[in-house]
Design a protein around this ligand. Structure first.
Ligand SMILES: NC(=O)c1ccc[n+]([C@@H]2O[C@H](COP(=O)([O-])OP(=O)(O)OC[C@H]3O[C@@H](n4cnc5c(N)ncnc54)[C@H](O)[C@@H]3O)[C@@H](O)[C@H]2O)c1
Length: 249
């Protein structure tokens, strides 16, 4: 597959899954705009992309803030031109039982994941419809499909919302040559999980019951994403691809 001449914008591109996707799409030929709350991390990834000979820019963004998204997308477009591929990967996680899940925590989770995905997609999609070709991949979660576990009601709800958004947009944008798909990863070894206050022994418990007997890596998700953004995936839209080691079969 080749993404030569295409430009990809990746939110959450400084770390974990977004970082692996940025490097994988650059490897396939894409120029990459790395957007993240953490500018230093985004710069490091953009530097790694540029070292492969592709064009890259790091832009600070808070996907939870509409003005920040508008500014960041304009900066990315100004530097690299029209966007052909969008990957919404920015995200946060914590484990909060319902009794402690106050309005502020609930709204924060929905704002970053669901509203953030909506904001960035809305700021970018017209480039794709104008070009008659585009690829949007939203990083959801297996938690949207199976609830994840105790303390993840806000996270699972936000991710399930992303899947609904993905499917509706697939209907709307398909006639313009734009596919919209979601990836629903199982447990992946990234800083998100380490910092989320996960229950002790989570990895061991999960791995022991996974048919593949290993924890997922960001590259497992990048491989799925590389397929979904390829020309070859033009018949695949409105789908939820869930690389999860067999956790949900
Ligand atoms: N790691 C997993 O097990 C797992 C499983 C399923 C889904 N996911 C999803 O994958 C995506 C990537 O997560 P990850 O595991 O790579 O985590 P990560 O923490 O390594 O990366 C997330 C990135 O998003 C950025 N970010 C957070 N809030 C932001 C905001 N408001 N604006 C812009 N950037 C922001 C962070 O700075 C970070 O660089 C998330 O949407 C997450 O929910 C992760």
């Amino acid at each position: 597959m080749s993404l030569d001449g295409r430009t990809a914008l990746i939110t959450g591109g400084a770390s974990g899954i977004g970082r692996a996707i940025a490097l994988r799409l650059a490897d396939a030929g894409a120029n990459v705009a790395v957007l993240d709350l953490k500018l230093d991390g985004a710069r490091a990834v953009a530097g790694a992309v540029a070292s492969t000979g592709r064009r890259a820019i790091a832009v600070q963004v808070d996907v939870g803030d509409a003005a920040s998204v508008a500014r960041a997308v304009a900066e990315a477009r100004g530097a690299l031109g029209a966007i052909h591929v969008l990957v919404n990967s920015a995200g946060i996680a914590d484990f909060v039982p319902l009794g402690d899940l106050d309005e502020e925590r609930w709204q924060r989770m929905l704002n970053v994941h669901l509203n953030g995905t909506y904001r960035v997609t809305r700021a970018v999609f017209a480039d794709m419809t104008a070009a008659g070709w585009g690829r949007i991949v939203n990083i959801a979660s297996a938690a949207a499909l199976n609830g994840g576990g105790p303390g993840l009601a806000h996270y699972a709800a936000a991710k399930a919302g992303i899947i609904g958004f993905t499917k509706a947009l697939a209907h709307e944008l398909g006639p313009s040559g734009v596919t919209v798909n979601a990836i629903a990863p199982g447990l992946i070894d990234t800083p998100l999980i380490h910092g989320a206050g996960a229950p002790a022994g989570l990895y061991d418990t999960v791995v022991a019951r996974l048919p593949v007997r290993r924890i997922g890596q960001p590259e497992d998700i990048a491989a799925a994403c590389a397929y979904l953004v390829s020309d070859e995936a033009g018949f695949c839209t409105g789908q939820v691809l869930s690389p999860n080691g067999g956790a949900n079969i």
